[in-house]
Every structure is written in C-alpha cells, then in structure tokens.
Ligand binder design. Structure first.
Ligand code: HDD
Length: 718
C-alpha cells in the first residue's frame, strides 16, 4: 500500500460509472447468474394449461427481484431530481481555506446536485408550496464534500431536537394521510403557531420562493454558519450561497395549482430537457466571510439558523461556478441512491456549533442505514469518492470491496503499519482548535430569542406585489386550517411581525387579530427553565430593508430570455411568415417557440408547408409556458368559441405573462382576456404586444425580458 496514492481524475470517475452501465445492443437476456434465457414470456408449467412448476428458477428469480425493488423513500426530501456537472474555482481564497477544490483553478471538480421538495412523498407534485432542497456532492481530490442546503437561507427551528416534531406536523396527518405535499392543514399550523422561532422562515415559505419557476432559477444556501480553515489551521466563519445565472424566478400560486394538474413533473422535466438541449444550468458559489473576532458583532447570533447575515452587512464574494451538464443514466442508481451528509467535509472546511447543524451530523448516516440498508452505502457508485479510500472498516451487507491482506486493525506491524495516519501537512483532517469551557446544560442561548426582527426585515424588503403574494398565501393556508384557535394564534404571531400584514390576513379569514397575542406555552425551553429569560424580544428597528431578499429587486435579476418557452397558438392556414419571424428572433436569444395546435401531428401553413405541433390546445395549458403568441390564421375566428384556447390565453393574462398577437387576430385576444385597450397606455393592456409593424419581435422580446407584467396584477387585483 502506498502512502500517497493520487486521486482519480474526473474522467476516471466517469469511467467508473460507465462500468455500471448496461448496454442493450447485441445482448442476450440472462439470469442474474449469467445464464442465457430462452423464453422470458412463459412460466415453466406441467402442460400448456397445467400448474406452474416450483423448479422454474428463472421465473422465481425475476419475481423475487421485483418484489424487493423498492427501498424506503427519504423521510424528508423524498421527491427529487438530480444532475451531474462540475465545479470550477475562481481561485485565490487560500488566505481563508486550504480546500484544494476552492483554490485550484485548473481542477474541474465533478459534482452531483439533487434538488427536492421536503414534505411530499416520492410521487408528489413538483409545484407544492415548499422549501426546495439544494444538495451538492463535490467529488474533490481530498474526499467528498457535501453542501446540503435549501433554496431559502434560514430554517424553521433552532435545535435539531425539534426536527421530528416539525416533520410530523407538516407531513400528511397520521389518521387519514391527507393532505399530500401541502402545509395547508391543522397540524402544521398548530405547531408553527406555538413556535415563534419559525416566523422568519414562514415569511420565506409563504413568499413565491416556495414556488420556483424552475430548479435552474433558484438561489441556494448552506444556511448554517460554517468555518473555513487555512493552512495554519486559522478559521473564519462562512455562509455559503448559490446564485443562479438565469436569475431567481417564481410562478404565481394559481399557476402552481394548475401546473400540478397539467404536469406534476414540471420541474423535473424542465431540468432534464434543459440539459438534453445543451442549456446547462449554472450557479456561482458565493461566500460571506466573518472573521472570528467579529463573532459577537451582530445583533443576532451567527449560530442561530433562523437568521441571515444581510448581504448589505457582509457582501457575498463569488468564489467559483457550478455547471450541470449531464443527466443521470438511471434514476434509482443515482438520484435515489445518492447519500448526502452535512458531515461529509474536507480539510479547509469545518462546522460551527449551530445546534441544528450539530444534530444533523447524527441524522444523515443514521437515515442512510435504514434507507440504503448497509454501512457500505459509500460503495454505491454515485457515493464513491474519487480520492482513494483506505481504512480498517470491513464487511457488512453488500460489501463490494475485496480487501486483501491479514490486517484490519491499527496499530499493526504485520501490514507494515498501513494504512498510515496523515499529518496535517500531508492533508490529514484536523478540527479547528476551538476552546470550549462550559457547564453541561440543556438550554437555548438567550441570543437566539429575537424571533420577529428578521421576519419583519424580510417582509419589509419585498415589493408590494411580493407582499400581496405573502398575504394571499397565508390566507390560503390558514383558511384550510379548521381549528379557529390556531388561526387566531397565527394572527397573534403575525401581528408581532407586521400589524398591517396581520390585519390583511385576518380580513381574508373573516376574524379579528387578537388584541393580546397568546404567550407560547413551552417554546424553546425545558420544564424547569426560567421563562422570563427567554421572552421573545421586540422588533429591532436597526435593520434596513435588503434588496437581496426580494426576488424582484434582487441583484441576480436579469432580462435574459434564455430557455424561456413561448406557446404559439396555431391553426391550419397559420401565417408561416409570422411564425418564422418570431421563432427566429426568439431562438437567436436562446428562447424557444412551442407550437400548440388543434390536433397532434402536423399543421398546414398558409404557404402549404407543414409544421409539427408540439402540443394541442386540449393537452396543454399556458401555465406550462412563459408567454403566448397568436399568429394570424384564416381559421383563428373559429377559436373564438374554443374554450380550451380562450382559457389558454386568459390564464396567461391572469398570470401576468406577455401575450403577442398579430393584428388580424386581435379580436380573439380581446375575447379571451375580456378587455379592449382604452388607449395605448392602458395598464390592463401592458405586456400585450400587437403585431402591426416590423418592430414586433423586438418589442415582444423586450416585454418577455421583464418575465411578468406585475402592473397588470395590481390593476386586476383592485
Ligand atoms: Fe435535512 C435530507 C436539507 C435539517 C435530517 N436535508 C435532506 C436533504 C436536504 C436537506 C437538501 C435531501 C438530500 C438529498 O437530496 O438526498 N436539512 C436540510 C437543511 C436543514 C436540514 C438545509 C436545515 C438547515 N435535516 C435537518 C435536520 C435533520 C435532518 C435538523 C435531523 C435532525 N435531512 C434529514 C434526514 C434526510 C435529510 C432525515 C432525509 C434523507 C436523507 O437525510 O438522506 O437525515
């Protein structure tokens, strides 16, 4: 055994995975023992019409394997979609960290990223109102590093001890297993209404961040404060951020509900197709760095996972980028069997004492043991490190490696002392030498007691449109709660975040905000703890609104229309020039035209050519697209009575999407949206682009770059 064997490269990792690929060409079907099968359709029987014979080892093997195909789904984050890619560092942060993959610009570190919802089962809709998991496994040359985060920078609870309670409350209720993938029910809000610490997270989950337009258009966050550690073993605190190249975008709630019916795999399909089409999703990795000596400089505790560090206080420095460029070959082998763990660290990164993170360090290995069934889950191809692995761990279910030699213990002399321990200078992992001197207590720090200031910061940082969406989300969720006392308790909590917010939600619920919010009974304290010490603190007015918290004001906002999909409503006889002109213009900017026709198959243009319909009015809906265009056609008048078409267009209007129409079909458009423009500046008509001059394509693209025409929503909500 060599002391310093080098890690395999990215290509070797791919080859490693290739070995496990099955090729269907020119191959005979065989049993698991490699015996060629002559008849895979009929059981061995005593006579053509007789009973089956027990000796049929081929049938028994096939059925037995089938019977055991399922493994337990993840207890949380069961529904997920993933992709392979790479991470490249921008270099130059060795003053903070010795992690090679964050410093060396010549290395392309392979990654596997899995995005997920939390509450729903494996087959649930992608468009649930929910936090999205954002987990990335970096196969670095120093071992695997997993950044297991979410698309929101805070969490519901402050201590891992409360995680089972939170999840029991949000999952379908245990007596009837209703509702699926939804927090809008009594047990969730019962729990939340008694947990003031969740109020900041509740603002995020009720915002449109919880219904992303695409997994490719979400920010990601490591949430906890971690540490970066340099060659001298000196550390700084760090928060990790992922910033999407396409900006952060969402759908609206009514759209989310409709997408769930039209295409519950909307996000999974979008990620898959983007990669198949060569539109590789991309994020930049950013860090907020806080020197150790500044640990107590903030008016919140860095160890409290319900708090952010506002980007205005500590800017996000971009240190690299991740590109996802390959879909998995097999969903089960890769996306299902990948095992993430916040405790998979490499030298140069370390934990903080955040009590939520500390608890996670126990939970993830434990869960893999029951989900994947063996302590050898690290040997499953998707979990294997590219750095060589040597230790004295042995045997167990499904062990793949055939260890040679007599020694599986240390110290040993018979094996020449192998494997050796690595000194820090040789890359051995050494924990930060933090001084800890304390009493053993079961208590929460008083510095964790400010539950409302950052909830208010988030709410106050939103545009009016975004605030309205939060109000409506709370109205929706709480009106599904049957127990009035829970609704009232929630209003009491909301009133401590923002009085107007609470009043508006109360209006929707038809009840008043309680004059005195109910005191939480046992929040965050043990039975014998002094309650006074843990009274929730009043709002800290020193916070300034932060644009980074709003999706519409966020600095990642761009006008790019790359990968956006525009539905072209076509009938036979459609103007070929119109279709081609806008299609060409959209494609030149990386967007796509999708032809929606009255029937599947081909549609005839006015010039007698045929174009293929991607979908039909009947099988599709505008909620699946970013904008709509109606090119001229002599048959368009017939569509004025087609309910599917009218709904297609009116939904696009309602969801504030850009709508383009040739002047010849303006009547169809007006019938669908139930409006005629009062004048050129009519707000209700904003984002409606009529094709009556040669600037049409440019104008349409300009409007599409705004993504949504929110002024229209303000107008229609009045
Ligand atoms: Fe967790 C999975 C993210 C708190 C226990 N978690 C899981 C996944 C993500 C997160 C993205 C899915 C990984 C994948 O795609 O396979 N979890 C978080 C974040 C948290 C968090 C961002 C707070 C900041 N989690 C948390 C706590 C506990 C767990 C406090 C338990 C004490 N999480 C689990 C788990 C899961 C999991 C039960 C289920 C499947 C798995 O681990 O592999 O162990």
């Amino acid at each position: 055994m060599k002391k310093n064997d080098t890690p395999t490269t990215e290509n070797a990792k791919l080859k490693d995975l290739e070995k496990n690929k099955e090729y269907s060409e020119n191959q005979f079907i065989t049993t698991d023992q490699g015996v060629k099968i002559n008849d895979d359709h009929n059981t061995l029987k005593a006579g053509e019409r007789g009973p089956s014979l027990l000796e049929d080892f081929i049938m028994r093997e096939k059925i037995t394997h089938f019977d055991h195909e399922r493994i337990p789904e993840r207890i949380v984050h069961a529904r997920g979609s993933a992709a392979h890619g790479y991470f490249e560092s921008y270099g130059n942060i060795n003053q903070y960290t010795k992690a090679g993959f964050l410093n060396d610009t010549t290395i392309k570190t392979p990654v596997f990223a899995r995005f997920s919802t939390v509450a729903g089962f494996r087959g649930s809709t992608d468009l649930a109102r929910d936090v999205r998991g954002f987990a990335v496994k970096f196969y670095t040359q120093e071992g695997n590093f997993d950044l297991v985060g979410n698309n929101m920078p805070v969490f519901f609870i402050q201590d891992a001890m409360k995680f089972p309670d939170l999840i029991h409350a949000v999952k379908p209720e245990p007596h009837n297993e209703i509702p699926q993938a939804a927090s809008a029910h009594d047990t969730f809000w019962d729990f939340i209404s008694l947990m003031p610490e969740s109020m900041h997270m509740i603002m995020w989950v009720m915002s449109d961040r919880a219904i992303p337009r695409s997994l490719r258009m979400m920010e990601g966050f490591g949430i906890h404060t971690f540490r970066l550690v340099n060659e001298k073993n000196m550390s700084v605190f760090v928060k990790f951020h992922w910033k999407p190249k396409l900006g952060t975008h969402a759908v609206v709630w009514d759209e989310a509900l409709k997408i769930s019916g039209n295409d519950p795999d909307f996000h999974r399909r979008d990620l898959w197709e983007a990669i198949e089409n060569g539109n590789y999703p991309e994020w930049e990795l950013g860090v907020q760095i806080v020197p150790e000596e500044d640990e107590h400089k903030f008016n919140f505790d860095l160890l409290d996972p319900t708090k952010i560090i506002p980007e205005e206080l500590v800017p996000v420095t971009k240190i690299g980028r991740m590109v996802l460029n390959r879909n998995p070959d097999n969903f089960f082998a890769e996306t299902e069997q990948v095992a993430f763990h916040p405790g998979h660290l490499v030298p140069g990164i370390d934990f903080s004492n955040d009590p939520l993170l500390q608890g996670r360090l126990f939970s993830y290995t434990d869960t893999q043991l029951s989900r994947l069934g063996s302590p050898n889950f690290h040997e499953i191809p998707i979990n294997r490190s590219i750095a060589p692995m040597h230790n004295n761990q042995r045997d167990g279910h499904m062990r793949q490696e055939i260890n040679v030699g007599r020694t599986s213990y240390s110290p040993n002399s018979l094996g020449g002392g192998c494997p050796f321990q690595a000194k820090m200078a040789e890359g051995g992992f050494v924990s930060v030498n933090e001084r800890v001197e304390a009493h053993k207590v079961r208590e929460r720090s008083e510095s964790f007691a400010d539950h409302f200031s950052q909830a208010a910061l988030f709410y106050n940082s939103q545009t009016e449109v975004e605030q309205n969406h939060i109000i409506n989300a709370l109205r929706f969720e709480l009106s599904k709660v049957e127990t009035v006392a829970i609704r009232e308790r929630m209003l009491g909590l909301l009133s401590q975040v923002d009085k107007k917010l609470a009043n508006k939600v109360a209006e929707g619920l038809g009840i008043a905000v309680p004059s005195q919010p109910e005191k939480p009974l046992n929040h965050g304290i043990g039975a014998d703890t002094d309650t006074k010490k843990h009274e929730p603190k009043p709002i800290d007015k020193s916070y300034k609104p932060s644009d980074a918290l709003s999706m519409l004001k966020n600095p990642t906002v761009t006008n790019t229309i790359e990968t956006r999909q525009v539905a072209f409503i076509c009938t036979d006889g459609v103007s070929e020039t119109s279709v081609n002109n806008l299609k060409k213009a959209l494609e030149s900017q990386g967007a796509m035209a999708m032809i929606i026709g009255p029937h599947a198959g081909n549609i005839k243009t006015d010039k007698g050519k045929e174009i293929k319909a991607d979908h039909t009015f009947f099988s599709s809906s505008s909620v699946l697209f970013d904008a709509v265009y109606i090119p001229a056609s002599p048959n368009a008048a017939m569509l004025e009575n087609n309910y599917n078409v009218l709904e297609f267009i009116s939904n696009a209007y309602r969801h504030c999407k850009v709508i383009g129409a040739d002047i010849e079909v303006q009547q169809l458009l007006e019938k669908a949206i139930g409006k005629k423009p009062a004048d050129k500046k009519d707000a209700a008509m904003l984002g409606i682009v009529i094709n009556n001059d040669k600037n049409f394509a440019d104008n349409f693209i300009k409007e599409l770059g705004k993504h949504r025409i929110w002024e229209r929503e303000e107008k229609t909500m009045q």
